[in-house]
Design a binder for this molecule. Structure first.
Ligand code: GLC
Length: 370
């Protein structure tokens, strides 16, 4: 049994989403459990947050597939790091990071490990290419992510490790009141929150459509959190704005922007809703909402099915009527909201809490060493 695991995590670092958030949580894990080191291709929000948490970060340099020289340079940087420091395991997060870095990892005598956060498309060239040097272990964030791997040859060792999500710190009740007041929410109003990237598959349109049919139902408000990161996300956000206008719900739906106070935002809402269009690989935000004691409404798809039980939320089939019915039920039934909010935190910890994560992650890594 290893003591503190000395793991190198390799990732890109130029965007910001679930993987980035999990890596930041890893940096704050109890030092007796792990002492992670991070190797990133890009400087940005992720690297700043890691450095702020005093985690060691090595830059490999910006990699562009179209620029073979940038790939060579980054591989050389990684090889240098692997010579300079001893790691118990080296984990490549995402298939393209694996494609770029599996060879220097293997050359340095490490078993290449892939942590997949996206549902793989086995026909995608990246996967076919990666499987020419198959990972010694493929860690996946859910069953949904694991399933398509069966189509790839050769078969590889797969372990499900739900991503780490730290429990929230205690939230100051006045901060909650202030946030609600800032957005003009009355005490008795029910706030339905969606917090995600502005990607069409995150299902904002399904939520808005359902709210449109609840235009005459009093007592609800909706917050849409997040900020577009790429041009197509900006276009999509504008489309949502027009949709809100034409549904006649502009007074009740607010774009509350990117949140640095996500814990407070979750605490300040009453229901978390994210009706994805297509299967989400995992969906850390569902876990975060459950930690915050909020009932979760979503589609019965992908990771959500493994996360949300009927005790802590409502997962719907793909019809607008079902989503409206779920939202109305939660809006009208305070007792149900209360029951769900009591179950959420323990379920969240069981899925993704630090203890669970450390146990499963360690066991997965040790399965390679065995
Ligand atoms: C990716 C997935 C998301 C998952 C996260 C952590 O961002 O899209 O579903 O929660 O990785 O594994």
């Amino acid at each position: 049994m290893l003591n503190s695991l000395n793991v190198l995590h390799i990732y890109s670092g130029n965007l910001f989403g679930g993987v980035e958030r999990m890596l930041i949580s890893l940096a704050t894990l109890d030092a007796s459990q792990s002492s992670p080191h991070f190797a990133l291709c890009f400087e940005g929000r992720l690297s700043y947050a890691l450095q702020e948490a005093d985690a060691p970060v090595t830059f490999l340099g910006p990699v562009r597939f179209r620029n073979p020289l940038s790939v060579l340079r980054a591989r050389r940087e990684l090889a240098r790091l692997l010579r300079a420091r001893k790691f118990d395991a080296v984990v490549c997060h995402s298939i393209w990071i694996y494609c770029i870095f599996a060879s220097p990892v293997a050359r340095a005598g490490h078993a290449p490990i892939l942590y997949l956060h996206d549902i793989p498309d086995p026909k995608n060239t990246f996967y076919r290419w990666a499987w020419r040097r198959p990972p010694a272990l493929c860690i996946v964030n859910s069953k949904a992510t694991a399933a398509p791997l069966e189509q790839l040859r050769p078969p590889v060792r797969v372990r499900i490790v739900h991503p780490l999500v730290n429990p929230p710190p205690p939230i100051d009740p006045t901060a909650i009141q202030q946030l609600r007041a800032q957005w003009g929410v009355r005490f008795e109003e029910i706030v339905i929150l969606q917090a995600s990237r502005f990607d069409p598959w995150k299902g904002h349109r399904n939520l808005l459509q359902a709210l449109g049919t609840m235009r005459d139902v009093p007592g609800w408000r909706c917050w849409i959190a997040g900020a577009p990161q790429r041009p197509h996300e900006e276009t999509y956000r504008r489309e949502l704005g027009r949709m809100i206008e034409s549904l006649g719900i502009a007074e009740r739906v607010s774009f509350i922007g990117h949140r640095d106070d996500m814990d407070t935002t979750l605490a300040a809402c009453d229901v978390y809703c994210q009706p994805n269009e297509t299967p989400e690989p995992f969906g850390m935000v569902f876990v975060e909402a459950m930690y915050a004691g909020k009932p979760v409404v979503g589609r019965a798809l992908g990771g959500a099915v493994e996360i949300v039980t009927t005790e802590c939320g409502i997962l719907c089939p793909a019809d607008a009527g079902a989503l409206t019915a779920a939202l109305r039920r939660l809006l009208e039934d305070g007792q149900l909201r209360k029951q769900m909010s009591e179950v959420g935190p323990a379920r969240a910890a069981l899925l993704s809490g630090p203890e669970q994560f450390s146990k499963h992650f360690r066991a997965a890594l040790e399965s390679v060493r065995a």
